[in-house]
Design a binder for this molecule. Structure first.
Ligand code: AMP
Length: 585
């Protein structure tokens, strides 16, 4: 394996991808067959009466669509140490923790070698396409990657976030080496126990290797923005460390100090150069381009809940291109970005037909059904009719269903995607939103995307005062009658009362869903409330999730805080500096 990786030929990777996507239907059937053959003994499939059948019809007849909730008892038994074939033929030995930022607590999902291999396949594929457009030389990558706390489950299985499980795998290093993308930071920094210290040292390692850095990346773009926001306040300390060859005393983890001492030598010239570059910058515009003159691009997931960070990232990037990364989840990867030249706002993902079996619930049909069935409180209740990977239609939106090699069968991931076209015969998907992130009081339905658009519109009003929204989230407050939307905002400075009132009205008017507008007009939904929270509130939320075992690498700010997420709501409510009610209706 290692030898194959070291001598990877990226033209071959592209050829393989083209061949596979040309024959996507057949590859999907074979993949399903392989999954069902390998796991024929699994108790879950046996109980469903599949009896070793591997054809699509039997699969669809016997295996129901499920969410994590239905699989939880099975996964729990695995985590508790039951090594009989429960969900998979071969026992699962590792558990991934999904980021859990949408539900308020991390979910356990099975992880195995097949998931590592498909992750590498996705990495190789998108890298091959990326490298065709933006060829990188031999050098290093400044990667803001972090491990989560790893622990053993009750049954002794290793548990950590999926990214941590991947970073720890032997294939990760060899793939990164083959892609000339080895991280400039030593493992002690990546796997360090304290996120703040690791971040500081990532920055320091990047600066020490500044001329070698070929690109700057993170799993989710949020981590890069966070890193350079931090850089704004610690850059002088970093310069001082480089000048004296002496690591800041606030880095206290012995293993990190030991590893950094091997890299850090007094270099007054470099320190002076960085100092003068930083001093010349105007509001940190183009800091990444300035500091890393040989970098070719910035890379990370910039779509979905990461879109709100793209503007700030562009600011830090200057004229360096932003390349949006692939689409996947702890439950498995789905598609690769094979059009790297498109801006993040237009990024799409070509589904790899051999890494899982994919089905799609057409949402137009679902909406029709739910309109007829007014009683159904959630769209997830109705009986959906999924179609296969090659049966989807361009222009339509779908909820995606995954069957993978790690024991998930017809699993509703909870994501809404739009088919924007095809790469050969495999669809190219755009990420739309998380399905269950709906702001709803009664007949109104607003998604994460609607919220994002509303915040974008209102944030434009802050430009006059050269302010920006650092982060945001929302909540439906039912403690008032009628209930109303609450938007929490953290800004990078103090805005005037007048502007904030305007922002609040603008937010309210920007939710254009007919149900919302109608209900607002007749007073069936109360006035939208904008709550401005103090600086550092979202850092507190991040720290809270890290305490739960999440990793910064996988962190996504929850955009809607539901009633089950009372801790985060408590943090937010405790930090409110001012609040405003809309007078827009
Ligand atoms: P996790 O639970 O941490 O594994 O996160 C997986 C979720 O992150 C997916 O189900 C998506 O909602 C989101 N996600 C992953 N990749 C992308 C992407 N490229 N664009 C938008 N959202 C993504």
């Amino acid at each position: 394996m290692l030898d194959r990786m070291e001598s990877m030929n990226f033209d071959v990777v592209i050829d393989e991808f083209e061949a596979m996507t040309t024959d996507a239907k057949r590859v999907q059937e074979e993949t399903l067959k392989k999954i069902l053959e390998e796991n024929a003994e699994a108790e879950y499939l046996q109980n469903l009466g599949l009896k070793g059948k591997t054809d699509l019809e039997s699969f669809k007849t016997h295996v129901p669509l499920v969410t994590h909730k239905e699989l939880e008892p099975y996964i729990q038994r695995i985590a508790d140490g039951d090594s009989s074939p429960i969900l998979t033929g071969k026992p699962i030995t590792t558990i991934s923790l999904s980021s859990g930022t949408t539900q308020g607590r991390p979910k356990y999902v099975p992880f195995n070698d097949e998931l590592v291999e498909s992750t590498m396949q996705i990495y190789r594929t998108s890298f091959a396409f990326r490298n065709r457009e933006y060829r990188i030389g031999s050098g290093k990558a400044l990667q803001f990657i972090y491990s989560s706390r790893q622990f053993k489950t009750k049954g002794g299985l290793a548990a950590g976030t999926a990214t941590t499980n991947v970073f720890r795998s032997a294939q990760f290093k060899s793939t990164m080496r083959a892609m000339q993308s080895l991280c400039c930071s030593p493992d002690e920094v990546i796997f360090g126990p304290d996120f703040h210290q690791s971040l500081y040292c990532h920055l320091l390692c990047g600066l020490i290797s500044c001329n070698e850095v070929q690109f700057v990346s993170s799993t989710f773009a949020h981590s890069i923005v966070h890193a350079f926001r931090t850089f704004e306040s610690v850059w002088q300390e970093l310069c001082s460390d480089i000048r004296h060859g002496d690591l800041n005393s606030q880095v206290t983890v012995p293993s990190i100090r030991a590893a950094m001492s091997k890299l850090l030598k007094p270099d007054p010239e470099l320190a002076a150069l960085i100092y003068s570059k930083c001093s010349r910058l105007d509001n940190w515009y183009g800091v990444i381009r300035e500091l890393f003159p040989n970098a070719k691009y910035i890379y990370g997931i910039m779509t979905g809940s990461m879109e709100p960070y793209v503007k700030k990232l562009r600011h830090y990037a200057g004229d360096l291109p932003l390349l949006s990364a692939d689409y996947g989840s702890s439950e498995g990867w789905i598609g690769a970005n094979v059009n790297p030249k498109l801006p993040p706002e237009l990024a799409s993902f070509a589904v790899l037909p051999n890494i899982g079996y994919f089905e799609f619930i057409p949402l137009r049909e679902m909406t029709e059904i739910s309109r007829q069935d007014k009683e159904s409180s959630t769209l997830l209740c109705v009986d959906p009719k999924p179609v296969g990977l090659t049966e989807v239609k361009a222009g339509e939106e779908y909820e995606i269903i995954v069957t993978n090699f790690a024991g998930l069968y017809r699993y509703r991931l909870g994501d809404v995607v739009k088919v924007i076209g095809f790469h050969n015969s495999t669809p190219e998907l755009q990420f739309i939103c998380r399905r269950n992130l709906l702001l709803t009081v009664n007949i109104d339905k607003n998604t994460e995307k609607d919220l994002q658009l509303a915040v974008e519109a209102a944030a434009k009003l802050l430009v006059k005062e050269t302010l920006e929204v650092v982060d945001f989230t929302s909540h439906v407050d039912f403690s008032t009658d009628p209930g109303h939307y609450v938007i929490f905002w953290e800004m990078n400075g103090q805005a005037s009362e007048e502007i904030l009132r305007e922002c609040c009205n603008c937010l309210d008017r920007s939710f254009i869903d007919a149900g919302y507008v109608g209900a607002r007009k007749v007073g069936a939904i109360g006035a939208l409330e904008l709550r401005v929270v103090r600086r550092g509130t979202f850092q507190k939320i991040l720290d809270y999730y890290l305490g739960l075992g999440a990793a910064v690498s996988q962190f996504k700010t929850p955009r809607c805080i539901g009633p089950n997420n009372s801790m985060v709501l408590q943090i937010l409510c405790g930090e409110v500096a001012n609040s405003y009610f809309s007078t827009a209706f």
